[in-house]
Design a binder for this molecule. Sequence first.
Ligand code: HEC
Ligand code: HEC
Length: 371
Amino acid sequence: MNISGGSSRKSLRRPDSVRIAALLRIGAAMACLLFAGSATAGSLARLPPPPVPAGNPQTPGKILLGKKLFFDRRLSGDGTMSCASCHIPDQAYTDGQDISQSYPTTRNWRNAPTLINAAYAGALFHDGRAASLEEQALFPVMSSFEMNLNLDFLEEKIRIVPEYVAAFRKVFGGEPTRERIAMAIASFERTLVSSNAPLDRFLAGDETALSREARKGYGIFTGKGKCAGCHFGALLSDGGYHALNVPENPQDRKDPRIAATRRFVAKLSQYAEYRTLEEDPGRYLVTKDRKDWKAFRTPTLREIARTAPYMHNGMLATLEDVIEFFDRGGGDGNRALSPLGLTGEEKHDLKTFLAEALSGDDIATTVPEIP
Ligand code: HEC
Ligand code: HEC
């Protein structure tokens, strides 16, 4: 994932993902429908079923194949990492670290987001540089600081496993290829969806779905707290990017391996001065537009109670910290936020809303048998 800048930008050598993107063309159009169709700024909405691209329909066989690949350490260079190493089912598909885990001897540079509801996101990654789950799936495999596996080698490693060969034939009518591997993984990810969250029941008219405090918190979220200016609709996200100036993670300064990762990603993103880059440029890496300097995607807030620590670099450990951050008006020098002046009780109610309303039923995942 991380190894590309605007992965679908033709300036980058990313033939696989470009092909996949062209093949499946979901992304923008569908996301617009979801955001615009479900709500306007300020109001929240119930979660519809996730969009599925016409080129990659869901089938039970494909979902199971994708699940096996998701948990299979063969997808990493030294056989130590699977997707589930950093997206751990028991931790709401995050790894619970501020800065995510990494391939042995290297360091990652960002927080691993949950994969729950990633099926709805119009653009993936903290800077939005991947357009679809299909396009995204091969990035971590190739990424030198994540799974570090050459994709030609990936194909051969999967093609020597008779069970996989048989499963790909059944599901796709052909042999394992990188595109099909990505399609199967994406199909599995599309099953990771929040269902039946208290917010959805509340919005459907069931007042008792939220406690009294959470209902007051909902009022603050959509009112005095101004949260729903950016976190709205079914995903509680505007699908946009904002520079809130979250403080840098001090590990970044202490561990030169993080700087190496940052420079590497920046170089692949055609960032000319990548060698002197001292901080995470956020969305700027993709657009090279000054207004996107240190802007990050507005994340969904669904499942937020389960996905600490928060922000692109995991700098805020708890929901209380997040609320204090917004109450102060965000990080130094930002122009996106202003101080809120919330009382202690209002902060408490807001936290109760975030903690109580947004988690769906548990997604029971059993680790499949790996061939
Ligand atoms: C070494 C840790 C690690 C591994 C292994 C890993 N990921 Fe990730 N994943 C991350 C990090 C960190 C990010 C955020 C990167 C960024 O924004 O630049 C991420 C982001 C994502 C996203 C985007 C989510 C969103 O909301 O934008 C998806 C989807 C994803 N990973 C799927 C996978 C799949 C599929 C695999 C296996 C093929 C995988 N990941 C392996 C750490 C990892
Ligand atoms: C100007 C738009 C904007 C407003 C207003 C806003 N947010 Fe956010 N929010 C964001 C962005 C952008 C991020 C991601 C920042 C980053 O990763 O550095 C974020 C991150 C978060 C996160 C962490 C999510 C995660 O998975 O790490 C939480 C929780 C959150 N916001 C809650 C709130 C609450 C509560 C309010 C109201 C008090 C609020 N936000 C107001 C844009 C906004």
